[in-house]
Design a protein around this ligand. Structure first.
Ligand SMILES: [Zn+2]
Length: 335
């Protein structure tokens, strides 16, 4: 098979794409964002998880209420991007596979930053009812669930606050498990990430990360964390953020390419096996590398991986097969 043929036959799923909020541009028009539906069609990107992202703010009732309102409004907006015909909103693994088989574009959603739930353990069930498939437990800055890999001193953060997960964070994971949502440990500091792997009944995922063995950035995960993902059947999605992939020369911005992404994929696959590795862009949230600058260039990453010896089966696992396995597991364990 040619690279083009493999790519055309593969359910390509990007597990982490930010949107502009408020006032998102029309995703039906070719616009300024790295991801819109025309670019997805040109690049052969068949499915996108758009993120209801909430920046970390003050941890008081007003802050939590505002964060919850924003996340819910964004989830409703993301769902409205699908018309049910050319674009289908998919909340489950079965819906996603049916959408691909029907030749439609797939729209999925997730919430980034457990700050958006405040102390409300019913929030995951409400988000799931709106179709969200995962929650990223923290963003930059600690919240009441867990310590962040990147504390925010401006918010008064100590280097560590909970020594991993708080009691509320453990309850939140149980609520996510009950709702059938995946637990995303991207942005979570290492102790909490390892605890989440143990606590969660369904395998955890890092939806946008990279390998610290190749680039020692706090947002990456080290080999011990990769091993923990394998031990619980979880997943590390290598993402296209240059600073996570290749250290910048002093005083310069980081740059990276699809070859750097392939290096991180190779490392993770060699360490924990291809069943525990996947791909994401973090487009419109800091992602974009030479060869995969936007959704229209999605085949560029597939081509780089093909030259490393990954074939149709492996590309299928990396692009969506492994994530679908986790989604199905989370759905099966929901109560
Ligand atoms: Zn993020």
């Amino acid at each position: 098979m040619t690279p083009e043929a493999i790519h055309a036959a593969t359910l390509t799923l990007d597990t982490h794409i930010d949107i502009r909020w408020p006032e998102p541009p029309d995703p039906l028009a070719e616009g300024p964002m790295r991801v819109d539906f025309p670019k997805m069609a040109r690049g052969g990107l068949r499915a996108a998880i758009f993120i209801a992202y909430v920046a970390q703010g003050r941890r008081d009732p007003e802050g939590h209420a505002a964060a919850a309102a924003r996340a819910e409004a964004m989830l409703r907006h993301i769902r409205s991007r699908a018309d049910g015909r050319a674009r289908r909103f998919c909340a489950t693994a079965d819906e996603l596979e049916a959408c691909f088989a029907a030749g439609a574009q797939a729209v999925l959603s997730a919430v980034e930053n457990g700050y958006a739930m405040g102390h409300d353990l019913d929030a995951p069930a409400r988000w799931r009812a709106l179709g969200a498939c995962y929650l990223t437990l923290t963003h930059d800055g600690h919240n009441d669930l867990a310590d962040s890999a990147r504390p925010k001193p401006a918010l008064g953060d100590a280097p560590a606050e909970h020594d991993g997960l708080s009691a509320l964070g453990r309850q939140a994971i149980a609520a996510l498990n009950r709702a059938g949502m995946l637990v995303d440990v991207s942005h979570v500091a290492k102790p909490g990430m390892l605890q989440a792997a143990e606590v969660s009944r369904s395998p955890i995922v890092a939806t946008h990360t990279a390998c610290r063995a190749l680039c020692d950035h706090p947002r990456g995960i080290d080999d011990e964390q990769l091993d923990a993902l394998r031990a619980v059947g979880g997943l590390a999605q290598i993402t296209a953020v240059p600073a996570f992939l290749r250290a910048a020369p002093p005083g310069q911005n980081a740059t990276a390419s699809v070859e750097d992404m392939a290096n991180h994929v190779d490392h993770a696959v060699a360490r924990i096996g291809i069943e525990h590795v996947g791909l994401s862009s973090d487009f419109d949230g800091g992602g974009g590398v030479v060869g995969w600058e936007n959704a229209a260039e999605t085949a560029g990453l597939s081509a780089a991986l093909l030259t490393r010896g990954y074939g149709a089966r492996e590309l299928g696992l990396l692009w969506s097969g492994n994530f679908l396995r986790l989604l199905r597991r989370a759905e099966a364990l929901a109560e």
